[in-house]
Design a protein around this ligand. Sequence first.
Ligand code: ADP
Ligand code: MG
Length: 239
Amino acid sequence: MPHEIRSDQTAQKPDSALAVRDLTFAYPGSREPIVRLRRLELASGEQVVLTGSSGSGKSTLLHLIAGLMDPDMGEIRIAGTAMGSLRGSARDRFRGRQIGMVFQTFHLLHGFSALENVLAAMMFSDLPKGEHRGRAVGLLERLGIERVHAPAEELSVGQQQRVAVARALACRPTLVLADEPTASLDPENAAEAVGLLKEACRESGAALLCVTHDPSLVGSFDRHETLEALSRMPAGAGA
Ligand code: ADP
Ligand code: MG
């Protein structure tokens, strides 16, 4: 039986995992902002599913939250720190420590084992080096990956998804961003994968923001937001 991840709930966590205010972003050359988001807050450990149709700007929003791109206007705070106040390597280190990401196609390093994929994510973390291996193996086993030395590309798609979840949680992040995390799975495995993702985030004390166009994921979350409703600007506000 896979063992439990050591609970991180006792670690000091700020009250707010994520606070987004009055965000706008347009890709260069486009007339209309693709992201317009008035307000989105996730408390520490909170789990939210955010739905929007394909092309509505979900992935763009997650890139903004992760500080991979800068918004035209607005503020993003992760664990109380404004992403816009950090630049360059300081921002990269902050992202590495505070944010875990799960992508639709997982982006695992091929040619490296499941374990090496998780360890690679911990390279720049604050966790003591001596704890890396134990935590990585514990996370993988908790997520049902027994063959931790198997090359990533030899794992099934469902197993690769679980390695991606382990990697996202490796640095004990405040916030996990999941972008269509089940889109590569069939419906049965998708439901199980979302359950595991939620459980693993809960056990690790991470808040979870899951974006998807798939309405079937909504039922398993306590809180559901739609990009459409969050994007509605107050009357009189510009486009
Ligand atoms: P979603 O994840 O909801 O499907 P995306 O955030 O990927 O939506 O894309 C939103 C819109 O922005 C789409 O119309 C897409 O074509 C456009 N877009 C995405 N990436 C870029 C880019 N790098 N440059 C210009 N337009 C882009
Ligand atoms: Mg997308």
